[in-house]
Design a binder for this molecule. Structure first.
Ligand code: FES
Length: 122
C-alpha cells in the first residue's frame, strides 16, 4: 500500500531511513562468520586470562579425597631426633617426605621442599 503523492514533493530529498543502505547475501556470508569468530575469540581470550573464584588449582591431587580436610597430628615426644614432613602433597608416604618434591619441582619449575623438625644437639 503506497501513500498518495502530493504535487511538488517528489523534488524533496528522501528521508534517511529510505536512503538505500543494503547488505547483499554475499556480504552477509562474510560479515556473519567474521563477527562470530571475533566474538568467540574475545570470549576465549577473556576466559584464558581470567580465573574465576573457586576454580583455582588444587594442591592436594590424590590424598584422602573423600575427607573434608586432611589433618595429621603428632606428639612431639614421639617424633624422635628428626622427622621430615611433606609439603608438596606428592609423597607416596604422606605426611612424610619421600623425595617426590624433586620430580615435582623439575616438572613444574616449582621450589617446594619438606618441613624438617629435629631436636637441637645438646
Ligand atoms: S615429597 Fe613432598 S616435600 Fe618431599
Amino acid at each position: 500500500m503506497s501513500s498518495p503523492q502530493l504535487p511538488g514533493l517528489s523534488s524533496l530529498p528522501k528521508p534517511l531511513l529510505n536512503s538505500g543502505f543494503r547488505i547483499s547475501k554475499d556480504q552477509l556470508t562474510t560479515i556473519v562468520p567474521v563477527a562470530v569468530a571475533a566474538m568467540l575469540g574475545t570470549y576465549l581470550i577473556s576466559r584464558y586470562f581470567s580465573t574465576p573464584s573457586g576454580q583455582k588449582s588444587k594442591v592436594n591431587l590424590s590424598l584422602n579425597k573423600d575427607s573434608a580436610k586432611v589433618v595429621h597430628s603428632f606428639d612431639i615426644e614421639d617424633i624422635g631426633s628428626k622427622a621430615v614432613y611433606c609439603r608438596c602433597w606428592r609423597s607416596k608416604k604422606f605426611p612424610y617426605c619421600d623425595g617426590s618434591h624433586s620430580k615435582h619441582n623439575e616438572e613444574t619449575g616449582d621450589n617446594v621442599g619438606p618441613l624438617i623438625i629435629k631436636k637441637r644437639d645438646a
